[in-house]
Design a protein around this ligand. Structure first.
Ligand code: AMP
Length: 624
């Protein structure tokens, strides 16, 4: 596929006029805002010099300070868990059915489209909660830069689906931010490291945050990045390492039935110890459990590495998968970028170093790298640098997108891992004579059958002029914009009749679902192919039976002898019967071929008769 040079039209700034634009990393655990000043990207701190804003929102009982965000909210997390929302990113674009409601302290409401959280301030959608975080970052930026923002680039995980991206965009709008672009997090990290400065190369972005793990493989060619593959584990992050230490502590102090307060205490001590062990060889954990017992434990880095070895190993599986998807060996990767606070753990760095056989890039703060890259991108999009010198990175769509065709099959229009933005079109035709409408069913997934893929949207193309089956030319176009949002259009090209839909699914796919769908497809490739061939054979056969039956009824008696008529009808019956009774692709294909050749002479006679009919009565000058 050709690599694109993408410049945003109409956004070139007047000389010397610097437009205020920011990059925002809207993270699960922490969020950041960064901007470019004098050509350097830097994170904007709050008025107390803190760069990370905890992604925590609290709806308090105090009418003076009804909503608090960040550190203030985080301080109340333990005393008021139900009204203090953490990790809201996990709920973005998700329905209640997508989530494990027992795993959260919140009271989740099954609201249409997306889950809501029941707080003392009423039902809050994840979009509203995220908007509070974004609003806080926006005012931090405006206070620090001294003016209104022209626009922002907000990062999202590469795996975010349409609903999750849409939800993020909605949250930004709600916060009064103009979104110049949503940018995949690994892509932002690559920009931050200036990996474009080389002429070509292949890079891996290993992102282990608080709650999620993502790996992306990027390829740089002639100054343009292309995302080749992404994989990850949405339920693996720094929190799991905390749990691992907390579990060890529980064993050490023989705490049989921990209260919720005990669990919180252990987790908080565990997190502090984990972070300390990234720079010291051993640390102490001390506290008092709810049954009044004081405890003091020592944990060495070595012991921590042993107890967390499985977690580190779990991150390497998606890495190998992404490499496989990109058709690469680990040694072929020219650079590895570490993103996310959890990549500070020495055992993580060692595992990455060992797998890729090279030292990972760690110069930039792994917590800041995504925001720094987003700011560089925002700076370009706001028109502060000449568009001619710049390009925007290409991202990738994580699952194939396609359409339902006859027989319950999926025709893939945009294959998985296609770089975006992209637009692809394919022509379809009608199946029945006189068909005036066509149902368009948009699907996502790797499998061949509709029933095994996920339905994204349905719409109808109506007003197709009646024509014989196969004569209409329906061009269906799939378009994914730079933010990863899909729109689908259908147009009957002979008449110009059109229909169009912005695909906004009611809720998104979980990352695990994406991973499951891919695994499923890999395991089932052979059986899927067989199922597809059978369905195709059945569709072809049914079409021929219908067409021959209609032709026999219309012209059979006029153009065929009795014997010929009966012989042909016999073939039609045989094939129709076979369709009812057999699931043998070969047998159906053979019978279809037999009917096809048996009907050839009849078809020729019909054509001759048709021409004669058309000519009779026509005047000579009309034929000239
Ligand atoms: P992020 O989601 O990228 O902000 O990552 C937050 C995660 O990084 C949390 O689990 C933190 O405990 C973890 N983290 C931050 N600093 C360190 C450190 N020095 N060593 C180990 N983990 C850390």
């Amino acid at each position: 596929m050709a690599l694109l040079q993408i410049a945003e039209p109409g956004q070139a700034a007047a000389p010397h006029q610097h437009r205020l634009a920011v990059g925002i990393d809207l993270g699960t655990t922490n969020s950041l805002v960064a901007t470019v000043a004098s050509g350097i990207s830097r994170v904007l701190p709050d008025d107390q010099g803190r760069r990370l804003l905890p992604s925590v929102v609290r709806y308090s009982e105090d009418p003076e300070q009804a909503i608090s965000v960040g550190h203030t909210a985080q301080a109340e997390q333990v005393s008021d868990p139900r009204n203090t929302i953490v990790s809201v990113k996990r709920f973005m674009g998700r329905s209640l059915a997508d989530l494990d409601a027992t795993a959260t302290p919140y009271s989740l409401l099954d609201t249409p489209g997306m889950v809501s959280l029941d707080t003392r301030a009423g039902a809050k959608s994840p979009v509203e909660v995220s908007a509070e975080i974004l609003r806080e970052l926006r005012s931090r930026a405006e206070a620090s830069l001294g003016g209104d923002l022209v626009g922002s680039v907000i990062t999202v995980p590469a795996y975010f689906d349409d609903a999750q991206r849409q939800a993020t965009k909605d949250a930004a709008r709600l916060a009064g931010l103009n979104v110049l672009r949503l940018l995949n997090e690994p892509t932002a990290a690559a920009i931050a490291y200036g990996l474009d400065k080389g002429s070509s190369g292949t890079f891996a972005i290993y992102d282990l945050g608080g709650g999620t793990f993502d790996i992306s493989i990027l390829r740089l060619t002639q100054g343009v990045f292309e995302v080749k593959a992404t994989a990850g584990d949405a339920a693996l992050g720094g929190d799991d390492f905390d749990h691992c230490i907390a579990e060890w502590m529980r064993g050490q102090i023989a705490l049989e039935n921990p209260t919720p307060a005990d669990t919180r205490l252990l987790l908080s001590l565990a997190r502090t110890a984990k972070e300390a062990l990234s720079s010291v060889a051993s640390t102490e954990l001390a506290g008092r459990s709810s049954d009044g017992r004081e405890f003091r434990l020592t944990l060495s880095r070595e012991a921590f590495e042993v107890m967390s070895a499985d977690l580190v190993k779990r991150t390497l599986r998606p890495v190998r998968k992404a490499l496989r998807d990109a058709g690469l060996e680990a040694e072929e990767v020219d650079g590895v970028v570490l993103v996310g606070g959890s990549t500070r753990m020495p055992q993580v760095r060692a595992a990455v170093r060992e797998l890729f056989g090279r030292e990972p890039l760690t110069d930039l703060d792994p917590d800041e790298v995504v925001a720094l890259g987003a700011a560089l991108q925002a700076n370009i999009l706001a028109g502060n640098r000449s568009a001619a010198d710049d390009w925007l990175l290409l991202d990738v769509c994580p699952l194939s997108l396609g359409l339902e065709t006859m027989g319950g099959l999926v025709e893939k229009i945009i294959p998985r891992n296609s770089t975006i933005p992209t637009a692809r079109a394919q022509e379809f035709t009608t199946f029945k004579d006189g068909q005036t409408a066509m149902a368009i069913h948009v699907l996502q997934g790797e499998r061949e059958l509709v029933s095994d893929c996920r339905s994204l949207a349905r719409f109808d193309l109506r007003g197709i002029p009646p024509m014989v089956a196969g004569a209409a030319r329906i061009r269906v176009t799939f378009q994914i914009d730079a933010d990863g949002l899909l729109s689908v259009g259908a147009c009957e090209t002979t008449s110009g009749v059109e229909a169009h839909i912005e695909v906004k699914p009611a809720y998104g796919l979980r990352d695990e679902q994406i991973a499951d769908m891919l695994l499923d497809a890999y395991g089932k490739a052979d059986s899927d192919m067989a199922a597809r061939m059978l369905r195709e054979a059945q569709v072809d056969a049914r079409r021929l039976v219908d067409a021959t039956t209609a032709a026999l009824a219309e012209d059979g008696h006029a153009l065929l002898s009795r014997d010929e008529y009966q012989a042909l009808q016999q073939r039609v019956y045989e094939l129709a019967e076979l369709l009812q009774t057999s699931a043998e692709t070969r047998a159906i294909k053979d019978a279809t071929a037999a009917l096809n050749s048996a009907s050839t002479a009849f078809a020729e006679r019909r054509m001759d008769a048709g021409i004669r009919r058309a000519l009779s009565g026509a005047r000579l000058e009309e034929l000239a």
